[in-house]
Design a protein around this ligand. Structure first.
Ligand code: FAD
Length: 557
């Protein structure tokens, strides 16, 4: 099937060709590129900003894998299934936890240096929901930066990997059989590849990361605008579990007007013994869960939000004063610096924290090999939904998921290549032209979408709050259509393309969240506070209708 919709954009003015085009340069995208090279395939990595501008660089806590003495993949599996609240795909989780330890060792072989003890063994810490110390970290709390550094160095030194930075991918191109054949993109640069162009490829891999920018307060960087999910929907692919957005419980509270990316105070701080307290110093997590502050994130986020509501407070506090200056400096240098940059000294005062959008458990539906429902289109990392997270991601499983399933995609592409199943593709130009252009909202729509989503579809959700959000989003879409009818359309440019992607993803997310009338994992309905396995122990699959509206259908039980 060819795409029925595309972003409004000028026709491509240039074309480039490769074997595998990878969109995104986080842990997932770069791992695919490095691994398809082993089969002699050429790879092109296209990325929106600089190579290290995604979420990967920001990951603090670490990467989970059963590497420690006495730990086993089976125990990691159990913890992951509990966090996922009944809708994890167990086979996908099994792949994650059994492949995980070796995938981390391969990452070390690529050059990532994890923190080690005096005996040379990798140091492992605990995080929420893990019953074992199994989180490997680097540079104390700078794990993602180290992983990103190592992978970026590796791709830069491979001449078979072409890197295109400052390039916003717009839409998928297919051949006459509906197989992915490349993509359209806009390069912000000068020279031969400037403006809108096309890349032809034998296969397309989406590794575009998360969608945190759909909300006002998020830990995600500015590039996390859900582009991959929006592109996949327009291309006719199925997406799933969009309603399961994890809100990180402890994000540095910067004041009531703060918007966009906000500094995270990693779970590892609680793992090392910091306490959550209210303004009176009361530890309110005690008695709420056997793991207290280390309960799964949704439990902690809900407890904080409840306490904030009860007390009419805008935030709670994370108290790690008992760590002392030396431990803060050695174990959490990044968090210490970021708090101090905002006028808070965790050594002498508790840190004000509140929940913010952190991780999209849902995304483009993939099978264990990373294949989506569109032939030749693959997805991995945060943009994908492999089924490992279910209704809630277990802390530090996401970097691991990016690694493991990126390797699975490379293995699948390699196998197809070796058996002649990865031929060159010709773009069906007529089909690309026939796709309906989606009108672009003005760039100011971004802030309005974020406000609507945080108010209506944040940590606390109800039918009424989501109806408000949906009405506001519909109005924005209608205004974009009206501007086209009045011959005053918004200019096609990065800000308006991103706004169109945010609008589509937000609309799809609200539609799914409104439909799921229960509370499960990180989806918390005030009007349906119980988990309802009889009706909802299943996924919602979202696709676009012929008119371009997202529609969610419950999966058959
Ligand atoms: C503050 C923070 C802390 C975290 N801590 C941890 C942790 O301790 N452990 C853990 O496991 N996980 C953690 N996570 C989550 C984890 O970092 C991410 O899930 C993971 O890094 C995602 O990797 P990725 O490769 O899928 O995407 P990203 O690293 O987000 O990369 C996405 C890439 O896609 C590019 N892109 C996006 N759209 C387009 C487009 N249209 N065209 C071209 N390029 C595009 C971006 O520029 C970027 O290069 C954390 C996340 C944040 C934000």
């Amino acid at each position: 099937m060819s795409a029925t919709h595309r972003l409004t954009a000028p026709a491509p003015g240039w074309t480039a060709t490769t074997d595998v085009v990878v969109v995104g340069s986080g842990v997932a995208g770069l791992t695919v590129a490095l691994n398809v090279r082993k089969a002699g395939l050429r790879a092109m990595v296209v990325t929106k900003a600089m190579l290290d501008d995604g979420s990967t660089r920001w990951a603090q806590g670490g990467i989970a894998a059963a590497l420690g003495e006495g730990d086993t993949p089976e125990q990691h599996l159990d913890d992951t299934l509990v966090a996922g609240a009944g809708i994890c795909d167990e086979e996908a989780v099994r792949t994650l936890v059994t492949e995980g330890p070796d995938a981390v060792r391969r990452l070390i072989a690529v050059g990532a240096a994890f923190d080690r003890g005096a005996d040379g063994e990798i140091l492992l810490t605990r995080e929420g929901g893990h019953h074992r110390r199994r989180i490997a970290h680097a540079g104390g709390d700078a794990t993602g930066a180290e992983i990103s550094r190592a992978l970026v160095e590796a791709v830069r030194s491979d001449p078979g990997i072409e890197l295109i930075e400052h390039a916003l991918v717009l839409d998928l191109l297919t051949d006459a059989d509906g197989h992915a054949a490349g993509l359209t993109l806009h390069v912000m640069g000068e020279g031969q590849r400037d403006g809108v162009g096309a890349v032809r490829a034998r296969a397309v891999v989406l590794a575009t990361g998360g969608m945190g920018q759909v909300f006002s307060a998020t830990t995600n960087p500015a590039v996390s605008t859900g582009d991959g999910v929006a592109l996949a929907l327009r291309a006719g692919a199925a997406v799933t579990d969009l309603e399961f957005v994890q809100f990180h419980p402890t994000v540095l509270w910067l004041g009531p007007e703060a918007e966009g990316q906000q500094p995270l105070v990693s779970e590892a701080v609680r793992g090392e013994g910091a306490h959550l307290v209210d303004a009176d110093g009361v530890r309110f997590m005690l008695g709420q869960h056997e793991l207290a502050e280390l309960a799964p994130r949704d439990i902690v986020a809900k407890a904080i939000t409840r306490r904030m509501q009860e007390q009419g407070a805008e935030h709670m506090y994370l108290d790690g004063r008992h760590f002392g200056a030396e431990m803060w400096e050695q174990r959490f240098p990044t968090i210490l610096a970021s708090c101090r940059a905002h006028g808070i000294d965790p050594v002498t005062e508790p840190i004000p924290v509140a929940p913010a959008a952190h991780y999209a458990s849902g995304g483009i539906r993939t099978d264990p090999r990373g294949r989506t429902s569109v032939p030749g289109l693959y997805a991995c990392g945060e943009v994908a939904c492999t089924g490992v997270h279910g209704a809630n991601r277990l802390a530090s499983n996401s970097l691991l998921e990016g690694l493991v399933f990126a390797e699975a995609i490379a293995a699948d592409l390699t196998a197809r290549h070796r058996t002649g199943g990865l031929p060159e593709r010709s773009v069906d130009v007529a089909a690309a032209r026939a796709a309906q252009p989606v009108p672009l909202p003005p760039s100011e729509a971004r802030a309005e979408i974020q406000r609507l989503m945080s108010r209506g579809a944040g940590v606390l959700r109800s039918a009424a709050s989501m109806a408000d959000a949906a009405a506001g989003l519909t109005l924005l879409a209608e205004q974009a259509y009206a501007h086209v009818a009045e011959e005053k359309p918004a200019d096609p440019r990065v800000e308006t393309w991103e706004a169109a992607n945010l609008l589509l993803v937000a609309t799809a997310l609200v539609a799914a969240a409104a439909q799921r009338r229960e509370t499960r994992g990180c989806h918390w309905r005030e009007d349906f506070p119980e988990r309802d396995d009889a009706h909802w122990r299943r996924h919602l699959i979202t696709t676009l209708t012929a008119s371009g509206d997202p529609v969610s259908t419950p999966e058959e039980q």
